[in-house]
Design a protein around this ligand. Sequence first.
Ligand SMILES: *[C@@H]1O[C@H](CO)[C@@H](O)[C@H](O)[C@H]1NC(C)=O
Ligand SMILES: *[C@@H]1O[C@H](CO)[C@@H](O)[C@H](O)[C@H]1NC(C)=O
Ligand SMILES: *[C@@H]1O[C@H](CO)[C@@H](O)[C@H](O)[C@H]1NC(C)=O
Length: 421
Amino acid sequence: MNNLKSVSVQVVNSDLALLLPNGVYEIKQMESKSSRLKQICLFCLALCIFGILGFGYFCPDKVCALSSRETVYIEDSIGKPLAQSRTKVGLSYDDMLNDDFTFDMDSHDVIVFLHMQKTGGTSFGKHLVHDLDLKRPCTCPISRKRCYCFRPHSNQSWLFSRYTTGWKCGLHADWTELTSCVDEKLDELENIVKRRYFYITLLREPSARYLSEFRHVQRGATWKGSRHFCNGRLATDKEIPPCYKGDNWEGVNLDEFIKCHSNLAVNRQTRMLADLELVGCYNKSYMAKAERDRILLASAKKNLLSMAFFGLTEHQKISQYIFEETFNLRFAIPFEQNNATVSSYTLSTLSSKQSEAISKLNNLDIELYNFAKKILFQRFEHLKSRDADFEQRFKNLGVVSGKQSPTEFDWDKLEDPTESP
Ligand SMILES: *[C@@H]1O[C@H](CO)[C@@H](O)[C@H](O)[C@H]1NC(C)=O
Ligand SMILES: *[C@@H]1O[C@H](CO)[C@@H](O)[C@H](O)[C@H]1NC(C)=O
Ligand SMILES: *[C@@H]1O[C@H](CO)[C@@H](O)[C@H](O)[C@H]1NC(C)=O
């Protein structure tokens, strides 16, 4: 017991040293990367101008139109494939604020929604395809069971998510899976083009999320379709021993759920946001537990910061505002704060021993969530301070003039029955 506790304290401390307050280590790394990137960009720019001028003289219109288009992409370093971009997840929130930025739906920008179980991602995913005020709204033909969210002038998707592309990188794919898969999958669906990626996600208060997952599993959910793909292979049963025999864990009680050591509900958010290749994927003997935990947490924090957007389930309105300001898009509906959720009901019925055990198990997620909360409010304050219309805007969040209320459709018909949500 004592031993465990000291481990968790250690995790927090050394992790803070890694990232905070000045994040010396991390920032240094990022700076050197970005200055190298700048050099490469300048070089490419010079090369391109030279190339475009040169080609302009010598070649027939059709060929030139193609080749200069291609080079222009490289020149402004936009839409590079994942493997070559600065970070694996494309543009971060800071990039988007600092540059004179617009989300360019019409050419090569793609939003990738990293949807972690029981974080409210289902309603958010629906808002994305259903409620954004767009020049060309998504269409959701019932026959297809998914939506098309196409760019205004081409039939290419600007959104990689469950309701558009489906679980193309595995059910509830995590950071490790998405970053090694999205580009390839979109190349298969569309032509091979260079794209610029914007990762987004939602986080939820860890105990509430854990309990919500418990209730879901108790009702029979398994997420068997999740692949846990990392470093070129799937995790084995030996690495993640199943918590139950048979088809599912229906009827499990909370104490059993807590007791299973390989339960992926534990610190799910940290694991799903971390770069698992850093810790030997699901191979727990690759490094000591304390080290593994420390790296997972630091990596999850870093990846969270390098995403374009994250929201918190507990702060719907603020999350909506930050999303809209960052992407310069508007939802035609106010996000709802559902207070009386199933899991808050469960939370009040726990014994103190159970709730302590849950907090202790999810110590990494709790640290990650507190970190996220701090950043969320910093961003909110900053966006607020530069928004002259803030009061009006915030009061009328979800009201878009000239847009009639969206047509209702039957979401159940859009869900794929073979996949647990
Ligand atoms: C784009 O998709 C729409 C259906 O959503 C279809 O009617 C149209 O023909 C497609 N256009 C192209 C160029 O494929
Ligand atoms: C797990 O890691 C250990 C230590 O690095 C290594 O010896 C072992 O082969 C790995 N197991 C698998 C299945 O890769
Ligand atoms: C949820 O709680 C907040 C603050 O506790 C309150 O302002 C809001 O009206 C509640 N929402 C609902 C739908 O009950």
